[in-house]
Design a protein around this ligand. Structure first.
Ligand code: ADP
Length: 750
């Protein structure tokens, strides 16, 4: 311990001297003039006292008051100044990658340093390590959870800062849950240390907390930063929270722009008109919040097509989570002064990023909302009204560096009726990913762990998720991760998509499998061509080469597009009703999937497209079997009824029944023909054009959704054999005929 102390003392002096040198740098001084104007900086003495005297501090402040950039610096600088810098290593989490890296860059520049000295960042597959002591690390909440998996006491860090806790995605909830546990144990540990007069227990005495290193020389602080804190305070009340509110210096002018409630529906033309109006006015970049990627693509196209009417030159940047990081970072570029920057973003731009030239914010007041119908276990993805908390964040993006204006596209009446905030993700998710995360973090039984999160989800959803994960082979009967589940928990994909790429790698049809997994993670590359639906389906059938599988059609479309020479891709997309921009994104996502698999040791040749990894790419029966394996237990029985048996036009009707009841195949499926009206039932019945394998008794599907009917979307028909190998079908003898047997899943028999 003495040696160690000597080393630390030396390091403290080195860091102290280095810090004093930094103080003399011109860039540091320039930045300091700005930092001193920030409300958070002005409160530094009070804040530091709170942090020193309390184990948990909750800080709330208006956007732009300097929470994210200043609080970690205040802690570190205070330690450096008092020659205790070596005792400090701060980890700061952000919900999104772009926020983590851009904040790290901003803070490094405020400290007049290159990234990697006292400031670093870590997001999945990208890391700039800061020095081991006297430093801070910005990362995504997911990275913190991975750290927690390896070191459950987070012993490497002196301070943990959770930023944007009000966002309440499932990772943030888990992080809070884990930190709460650490705090409870740690308080106990401090008591032990006090009793033993701050000495280590003797070597031979068993350490009651193997995950904690009691020789840590700093007291550990946990800090939560949030816009709304009461709830968090309540959640952590056992651990003595301190509340602190900070007001911001500037706020943008805010307008609710609509008079007429009838045009409140998402209206891209209206937004374009507003852009045009702003473009004819004073300079300043524009940030537009739209609900989803398809709305972004539409608006970007409209702006590009109407550039001559905008009155000034513009540079348009889309921004959403599916863009590669390098394209996301382009939003920080500053075009020449005569060009106006327009960023069209999802709510990814809502928190923690400062684009310093933004003057105008246009807010559609809509979000893409992932929901769950608990009774039917149906996932829903709808465009809905954003909540007041979203609006506050969005308008906070304007006027950060100069006076700004925000236009919310709602009536004042509607604005007053918006929810205070959206429901936490854990209450509206199918819980498959969260349960895998619980297992990965070794938090015990999922149902118990989920009772400890701030707003627990419904028991029924938890049970459904556990049964589903058991049936798909990720969990065993004791609810432990199986080897397959271990890998699925580490892939940043839905479990079905994860299983598909793992099986794709093992069975040599990886490129095709990754194409489908990318679609499942993002969206279908086929466009919706109104009144030409039958033509689209004819194209799909051709691409599927006669196989009854929507997944084969989509994978073939992507593979063929990728094989086209770049200058031919546009024509190929046009001829096949495909969206080139969607396939470009899907292609990028496939590369990321390839990197993940390579990192986990799944690619023997190191490449997604290598011959070995794709040796069975053309074996479509095998591919269908793998699709079935991945989608299981999203399975239905198929009953075929002949409608027209002429050899030229074999048509049958298929009745599909899933575990929860009968469903219809979605009309976008390549297997459906134009609806005919069933006279007795007076409802449209799906007619299936049979392909090469009539009589496939089962179907697997990607999604079940309720609109006019309950539909299954993206369907593949399969024979029994693959499901016997890869699913959990039960085989029972047929009493009447010893040569026959029944195959069943739960109560359904064929
Ligand atoms: P908060 O976390 O409270 O919302 P931040 O700490 O992110 O606030 O930012 C505080 C202020 O620092 C902003 O209002 C802005 O003026 C400035 N700032 C932050 N990041 C940048 C940046 N990348 N470029 C220019 N100014 C920035």
């Amino acid at each position: 311990i003495t040696n160690c102390n000597d080393e630390i003392a030396k390091l403290n002096t080195v860091l102290y001297e280095e810090y004093n040198e930094t103080l003399q740098k011109e860039q540091y001084k320039r930045m300091m003039i700005f930092r001193e104007t920030l409300p958070t900086y002005k409160k530094r003495v009070e804040l530091l006292n709170l942090i020193k005297n309390n184990q948990v501090v909750l800080i709330s402040g208006e956007t732009g008051c300097g929470k994210s950039t200043q609080v970690p610096q205040l802690i570190l600088d205070d330690a450096l100044m008092t020659k205790q810098g070596a005792n400090v290593k701060i980890i700061i989490t952000q919900p999104r990658r772009i926020a983590a890296s851009s904040l790290a860059e901003r803070v490094a520049s405020e400290r007049a340093q290159k990234m990697g000295k006292s400031v670093g960042y870590a997001v999945r597959l990208e890391k700039v390590e800061a020095r081991a002591r006297g430093s801070m690390m910005f990362c995504t909440t997911g990275v913190l959870l991975v750290d927690l998996e390896i070191d459950q006491g987070l012993t490497e860090y002196s301070h943990v800062i959770l930023d944007e806790v009000h966002e309440r995605d499932s990772n943030i909830d888990f992080a809070m849950c884990m930190l709460k546990q650490i705090l409870e144990k740690h308080i106990y540990l401090e008591e032990i240390l006090e009793m033993t007069n701050f000495r280590l227990p003797p070597e031979n005495q068993e350490n009651p907390f193997p995950n904690f290193k009691p020789h840590m020389k700093y007291s550990r602080k946990f800090r939560f930063i949030s816009e709304r804190i009461e709830k968090r305070a309540k959640y952590l009340s056992e651990v003595d929270p301190w509340l602190r509110s900070i007001k911001n210096k500037v706020s943008p002018a805010v307008f609710c722009t609509l008079q007429n409630s009838k045009i409140e529906d998402f209206n891209v033309d209206l937004i374009f008109e507003l852009v045009r109006y702003i473009c004819h006015g004073p300079p300043g970049a524009i940030l537009i919040f739209l609900p989803g990627i398809s709305e972004i693509t539409t608006l970007v196209r409209i702006i590009n097509q109407n550039r001559p009417y905008l009155g000034s030159e513009v540079a348009v940047y889309p921004l959403h989570s599916k863009l590669p990081t390098i394209d996301q970072k382009k939003i920080f570029d500053r075009p020449p002064l005569h060009i106006r920057k327009i960023i069209v973003a999802t709510n990814i731009a809502e928190t923690s990023i400062t684009i310093d030239d933004i003057v105008y914010v246009i807010d559609s007041v809509k979000v893409k909302y992932k929901g769950l119908n608990v009774e039917q276990y149906l996932s829903t993805l709808r465009v809905e009204w954003a909540a007041q908390a979203n609006l506050r964040q969005r308008r906070g993006r304007a006027g950060r560096c100069q006076p700004g204006i925000c236009y919310h596209l709602v009536t004042t009446f509607r604005a007053s009726k918006l929810e205070v905030r959206l429901r936490p993700e854990l209450q509206r998710s199918d819980l498959l990913d969260p349960v895998l995360m619980i297992k990965r973090l070794r938090l015990g039984k999922a149902a118990d762990a989920l009772k400890n999160v701030p707003d627990p989800p419904a028991d029924m959803t938890v049970n459904r998720a556990i049964i589903h994960l058991k049936q798909c082979g990720a969990l065993d009967d004791e609810e432990h991760l199986t080897p397959l589940g271990w890998h699925l928990a580490r892939l940043p994909l839905h479990p079905a998509a994860g299983k598909l790429v793992v099986f794709g790698a093992l069975f040599g049809c990886l490129d095709r499998a990754a194409s489908v997994a990318a679609v499942w993670s993002f969206k279908d590359p086929f466009i919706i061509a109104i009144e030409r639906e039958e033509e689209v389906k004819a194209v799909k059938r051709k691409l599927a080469r006669g196989e009854p599988s929507d997944q084969i059609a989509m994978s073939e479309a992507i593979l063929q597009w990728e094989r086209c020479a770049p200058h031919r891709r546009h024509d190929f997309s046009y001829a096949n009703f495909l969206s080139s921009s969607t396939i470009e994104l899907l292609s990028d996502m496939k590369k990321q999937i390839g990197n993940n698999l390579a990192q986990m040791g799944f690619l023997s040749s190191g490449s997604l497209t290598s011959t070995w990894e794709n040796r069975n790419s053309e074996n479509l029966s095998l591919f269908k079997a793998i699709i079935a394996a991945s989608l299981y237990p999203k399975i239905g029985t198929a009953k075929w009824i002949n409608v027209n048996t002429s050899k030229l036009n074999r048509q049958v009707r298929v009745n599909v029944r899933t575990l929860e009841g009968p469903v219809a195949i979605h009309p976008s499926s390549l297997m459906t023909l134009p609806k005919i009206m069933n006279k007795q039932k007076r409802r449209a019945v799906p007619i299936v054009k049979l392909c090469n394998n009539p009589g496939a008794n089962w179907c697997v599907y990607w999604l079940k959704q309720k609109s006019t009917d309950i539909f299954v979307i993206d369907v593949t028909f399969v024979y029994t054999l693959p499901l016997l190998f890869f699913g959990e079908l039960k085989v029972s003898e047929c009493e009447d005929d010893p040569n026959q047997c029944y195959v069943s899943i739960l109560e359904y028999k064929v």
